[in-house]
Write a protein that binds this ligand. Structure first.
Ligand SMILES: [Zn+2]
Length: 170
């Protein structure tokens, strides 16, 4: 079996390469993070993961979404890697990014409760989540929380349970 990483075909595949150094993985992670409102322009994959693991500590909506986005990225990379190895099926980086963006949109649409802080409102606007949530901001009786994003791990299993079509193959 070819020992090279099937995502970039540039280096020997190790878990460390796949999740910390692979240029393919880096593109996917940066795109998915951007969709949840986190920008890391120019940072390498391992720098990004190291820095965000620090500043994503906490329960604010955007931090929970950031953690969920990392889990989602790992899931998507692993899925693409296995599709290439075991099924000889190769989606290009644009197609994998499209799938990632689609899954992020599903994840964000599950937020039905969000605390009405200025930061959360700005974040919701930026990420385009739940227009109905934004319309209801004036009504202080509505309570928001993040039950679908309680943990990044829960989010991952929720996402895996979904059987939506892959937009990359449409
Ligand atoms: Zn690679």
């Amino acid at each position: 079996m070819d020992p090279n990483c099937v995502l970039c075909d540039k280096e020997i595949e190790t878990l460390e390469h796949l999740f910390f150094h692979c240029p393919f993985s880096e593109k996917i992670l940066h795109n998915i993070l951007r969709k949840v409102g986190i920008r890391n322009s120019g940072a390498s994959l391992d720098e990004t993961l190291n820095s965000i693991s620090g500043y994503l500590a906490g329960k604010e909506a955007w931090k929970m979404a950031g953690k969920a986005a990392i889990s989602l990225t790992i899931y998507i990379l692993w899925k693409e890697r296995n599709a290439r190895i075991f099924r000889g099926k190769k989606n290009n980086v644009e197609s994998v990014i499209r799938e990632g963006n689609y899954r992020v949109a599903i994840m964000l649409s599950k937020i039905n409760n969000l605390k009405l802080t200025a930061r959360n409102v700005a974040w919701a606007e930026q990420t385009g989540i739940s227009p109905s949530f934004l319309r209801k901001i004036g009504q202080q009786t509505i309570r928001y929380s993040l039950n679908q994003l309680a943990t990044a791990g829960n989010t991952l299993s929720t996402i895996q349970d979904q059987e939506e079509p892959n937009p990359g193959q449409a």
